[in-house]
Every structure is written in C-alpha cells, then in structure tokens.
Design a protein around this ligand. Sequence first.
Ligand code: BTN
Length: 243
Amino acid sequence: TGLSLRVLDEVDSTNAEVVRQIANGVDGVPVTIADCQTAGRGRRGRAWSSPRGQNLYLSMGLTFHGGFAVLDGLSLVLGVAVANALEGLGAEGIGLKWPNDIFLPQGKLGGILVELQGELQEGVVQVIAGIGINVHMADAKEVDQPWSSLGGFYPGQSWSRNRIAAAIINAVQDSVRIFAEYGFQEFRAPWQQRDIFAGRSLQARDGTVNGMGCGIDEGGNYLVRTESGTVAVRAGEISLRVS
Ligand code: BTN
C-alpha cells in the first residue's frame, strides 16, 4: 500500500494528527510531517521542543500482526531504522541510547515516541511512531538535557529536511517489514553496534539497578551486570542512565 502523506505548516503534535488521519479513514500508511508543533510530546509525559522550520517532526501509523507482544522490540527496531537512514545520508557514528534515543557525542539528536493506538481486530495492533530529529535546532531554550543537531555536528553538509524525511520513511518501512517477517533477532546486532551504554556504569532512575551496561538480550531488554548477577531491564519499566 502507498503512503498518505500530510505536510502541515503547524500542528499540535504530528502523532495526534496521525490519530486523526486514521479516524478519518485514511487510505494507505498515514504519515504526517509538520514545520512546527505547538504541543510536541516526548516520552514519559515530557514536552518535545518543536521550533518552526528547524527540525524534523514526523509521525507514521504502523500496523502489526501478532498481538501486543510485538511492541516490545519495536522501539529498538525504529531506532535502528532512523540510525540507518541518517548514516545513509552521511551522518556517521550515530549512537542509540536504550531504548530508542538517537545520540551524537554532544548529546541527544532525536527521539522516538511510540504510542499504542489500539487493536484493529484480534491480534492486529496499530501504533503511532513519532520521530523528532534536530536538524538545524537553534533556539533550544526549554531543552533540559545536552542536545545536538545534524547541522551542528556535520557542518560540512547541507541537511534537507525533505531528504531526511524520505530516508527515514523508507528505512522505517523496510525495517518494519523485516521485523514482521523475521522478528527482533535481525536487529540485535545492528542495535548493539550503536549502544552508547555498553561498558559504562549505569544506574536505574529509581535506584533499583546499579552496574555495567552489557547490551541487549534477544527480546531487546537491556542487560546490566550487577554485583548479584546480570539483570534484564524491560523497556518502559525502568529508565537507565550513566551514573
Ligand atoms: C523522546 O522523548 O525522546 C521522544 C520524542 C519524540 C518527538 C516526536 S516529534 C514528532 C512526533 N510528534 C510528537 O508530538 N512527538 C514525536
């Protein structure tokens, strides 16, 4: 099926717009891109800084067969897809911070917000994947963590938001096809190559886990080697950071 692409000047959140595209009975894969967002949202209830004209704000509606269990690996699969797309455009050395933040050495380059839309019918799950990439981010007043942008980190290159969007949409569609057919195993190695937690001393935000980052298991859980053995942390349950 083809894409049903909406390109908007301004929107509350591109994720919310894809929900509306679906509610209006969209044909094909719904995709929304906006020049700015007035209520961009991040993970864990945070806001996503979305200044006009500077960055990429993109959302896609994706459908999966196999029930909610499929969703466990999906965030990581999307991280690999975005990293592949950006590297294909010349952004070498993209890192991934578990579960799915896009990183450069200076700080966070982008984020992915996966929201569950619902079950279309028994076992057929629909999600909204929202991807934000800092392209030419200049005014980042309200950003509360170290950040980076493609233009800032790779200044020798001209970064076109349209080309980035096209590369990401293609990479997401390819990755989702591979994920649906072969499962998460295809993504474990490519994810792990970009793991910025590997070998670092980590701590769970809630204090429950302390240890060394050791990559992911076959389901995409993050492995931390602690004094009492290796612990597998599940995405969405605990949030890890470098201690
Ligand atoms: C994160 O917290 O790291 C996830 C950020 C996701 C931001 C993107 S921008 C496009 C889409 N629309 C939103 O409101 N959020 C996502």
